[in-house]
Ligand binder design. Structure first.
Ligand SMILES: Cc1ncc(COP(=O)(O)O)c(C=O)c1O
Length: 406
């Protein structure tokens, strides 16, 4: 995987004469030159609006935009390209689904999320339940950071309308067995919709939405080598047809009269206004790049790096790692604390050597509360992460201990 490094211009940059050790890919990934070029090419050569003009560059833009949709559909094995809706990102995709389903919730229903959800897959559901006499239920984790799947039978009931669940935790790294969970849910509550937050899954492993069997799957372009401001909602055709539109405006409308409006079919029904054309084209190019490497190779590399990191970190006294014990059970995310040192101080000391990690609650405050913590430090990896990066992290953490540990 070492030869991918040349493709990422940011990794050539130095700050104060030192290279950048980028260990924050769960927040956003770096971008390869091909993705930067694809966006640049759109703006330079054919930056017309899509679906509108009957002239060459508009047709070119429309073709590139719709081609990106096809690439996304292929990448996640969607049965139909019309099931791919471009949004601003995971957050908007979830809000779109929650707004539509929220309208249909009635007193006595319940909605279930897991304690490990990112705020963007927690709060939209919590807020739909509030004030409606709809119960907001939580599926908890065990001491190894894995979901208590034995509790599914009690947490999910016949009145559960939604299970909103992450495929990979952005803090614990836990990989949840989505396919098995969906099967169990279908057995308990045939009318429960399963919404999968795949923000930390689609960039890092093979995802097949048909194998998972869920109803909606969402993710962001910027975490998978693509641009910011573009994301995806995948949903089953019949559900997208029933779902109420999220926003109204141009391009999502078939007919408007003074007394009524008829919406277009999905995906246009959910893409009101001028979309992020360059972003979609960039995302399509990011998918080309990932496919040229192979998602099995991406996963294998991250597993190797995660295993190496777990081993190296285990030698540091006073350092605690959260989540599953083995790389097999986790994505490339490691959250940790160092005894008696505040995570923000750790981040600051590491920054002296250009080591980019995250400190805070990583938009997962309920999980941190559950663990009895205010904050953790998080290192996260991608296909360009090297063992040298991990050695720099380990050295940096040793320095933290020397400087700050009591
Ligand atoms: C698991 C998970 N869900 C949702 C999000 C939100 O993604 P975005 O900010 O791209 O909408 C993130 C981002 O960190 C995430 O890790």
């Amino acid at each position: 995987m070492a030869d991918v490094i040349k493709d990422f211009p940011l990794l050539k940059r130095k700050i104060n004469g030192k290279p950048i050790v980028y260990l924050d890919s769960a927040a956003t990934s770096l971008k390869p030159q091909s993705v930067i070029d694809a966006q640049d090419d759109y703006y330079r050569r054919y930056s017309a609006n899509v679906h509108r003009g009957i002239y060459a560059i508009s047709e070119e833009a429309t073709e590139a935009y719709e081609n990106a949709r096809k690439k996304v559909a292929g990448f996640i094995h969607a049965p139909s390209v019309n099931e791919i809706i471009f949004t601003r990102g995971t957050t908007e995709s979830i809000n779109l689904v929650a707004a539509g389903i929220g309208k249909t919730l009635i007193a006595g229903d319940n909605v279930v999320v897991t304690i490990m959800e990112h705020h963007s897959n927690f709060v939209p559901w919590q807020q739909r339940a509030v004030g409606k006499n709809v119960e907001f239920r939580i599926l908890n984790i065990d001491k190894n950071g894995k979901l208590n799947l034995n509790d599914l039978d009690t947490v999910i009931t016949r009145r559960t309308r939604v299970l909103a669940i992450t495929a990979v935790s952005n803090v614990l790294g836990t990989i949840n067995p989505i396919r098995d969970i969906v099967k169990s849910v279908r057995r308990i509550s045939p009318h429960c919709l399963v919404v999968v937050d795949a923000a930390q899954a689609v960039p890092h492993m093979v995802v097949d939405v048909q194998t998972w069997g869920a109803d909606f799957v969402v993710f962001s372009g910027h975490k998978m080598l693509g641009p910011t401001g573009i994301g995806v909602l995948w949903g089953k055709t019949e559900l997208l047809e029933q779902l109420h539109p999220y926003q109204y405006g141009g391009e999502m409308i078939a007919e408007v009269h003074v007394d009524r409006t008829i919406f277009k079919k999905p995906p246009q029904k959910f893409e009101a206004g001028t979309p992020h054309i360059a972003g979609a084209i960039g995302l399509g190019t990011a998918i080309d790049y990932l496919q040229s490497i192979g998602m099995d190779n991406v996963r294998a590399h991250e597993k190797e790096i995660t295993g190496y990191t777990l081993k190296q970190l285990s030698a540091i006294v006073g350092l605690q790692i959260y989540g599953p014990k083995t790389a097999e059970d986790r994505g490339g995310v490691i959250a940790l604390t160092v005894k008696d040192v505040h995570p923000h101080d750790i981040a600051q000391v590491l920054n002296e050597d250009n080591i980019c990690i995250r400190a805070g609650n990583h938009c997962a405050m309920p999980l941190h509360e559950h663990l009895g913590l205010v904050a953790t430090v998080r290192a996260s990896f991608y296909l360009y992460t090297t063992r040298e990066d991990i050695d720099a992290l380990v050295e940096g953490l040793e320095k933290v201990k020397r400087l700050l540990s009591k």
